[in-house]
Write a protein that binds this ligand. Structure first.
Ligand code: SAM
Length: 229
């Protein structure tokens, strides 16, 4: 498969910069280096650089580029960070993060997805788009609302599904000095919250923007799609 949508990609990045959404060189560089067209279903590739979420199957979505940019900027992810992502979906956000963390040794992205078919597809997407990043991304199938004990603590945690409240295990698994971004709210609307754990372990929470995500389903999320009110 050979695709070249680099012109469309550059135009989207320029727009997101003009809108003040992409603010840092690291996020700009990462957006320019990850081809979103490899993370959307083939019949939707023409829309890969529309600033909109797209369906990826199983009732799930790849988030809109502006939302990926906002979350990545709020996360203030640095080269060498250990990152946990909850909600792998297409693998696009994981690749954006991996490009940044891989710039310094020790950096890694652990990403967890509850739907096995999506997790498998995400690995294929990353392999097609940026095979060099496979060394820096571990895709796990499971309930990410519990975090992943095995690889904790994390410098950064990003939740890309809507939670009814901040799951306690994720707070526990965040390093002192760490940052988590998570959409919290009901079915119709959530607030993207930025959770900061200071060096002494105290938590402060800042509200970022209003957003709409698919539900986080699991022990510390919603029980199922119908529980999501
Ligand atoms: N970050 C993704 C991307 O770049 O394509 C988009 C994520 S999509 C908006 C939300 C994903 O969260 C869905 O794939 C959904 O299956 C997953 N999800 C929901 N609850 C989950 C849970 N408890 N653990 C892991 N994944 C979960």
């Amino acid at each position: 498969m050979s695709l070249n949508m680099s012109k469309e990609r550059r135009m989207l990045v320029e727009t997101l910069k003009i809108e003040g959404i992409i603010r840092s060189d690291l996020v700009e560089e990462s957006f320019l280096s990850i081809p979103r067209e490899y993370f959307v279903p083939e019949h939707l590739r023409v829309y890969a650089y529309s600033d909109t979420p797209l369906p990826i199957g199983y009732g799930q979505t790849i988030s809109a580029p502006h939302m990926v940019a906002i979350m990545t900027e709020e996360l203030r992810v640095k080269p060498g960070n250990i990152v946990l992502e909850i909600g792998t979906g297409s693998g696009y956000q994981a690749a954006i993060l991996a490009h940044i963390v891989s710039k310094k040794s020790g950096g890694h992205v652990y990403t967890v997805e509850r739907i096995p078919q999506l997790a498998k597809r995400a690995v294929i997407n990353i392999a097609n788009a940026r095979p060099d990043l496979l060394d820096f991304i571990t895709v796990v199938v499971g309930d990410g609302s519990k975090g992943i004990e095995l690889f904790q603590p994390y410098d950064r945690i990003i939740v890309t599904a809507a939670a009814p409240q901040i799951p306690e295990p994720l707070i526990q698994q965040l390093k002192p000095g760490g940052i988590m971004v998570i959409p919290v709210g009901n079915k119709w609307e959530q607030i993207l919250q930025v959770v900061i754990k200071n060096e002494r372990g105290y938590i402060s929470i800042k509200d970022s923007i209003a957003c709409v995500f698919v539900p986080l389903i699991g022990q510390y999320g919603w029980r199922n799609e119908y529980d999501y009110t």
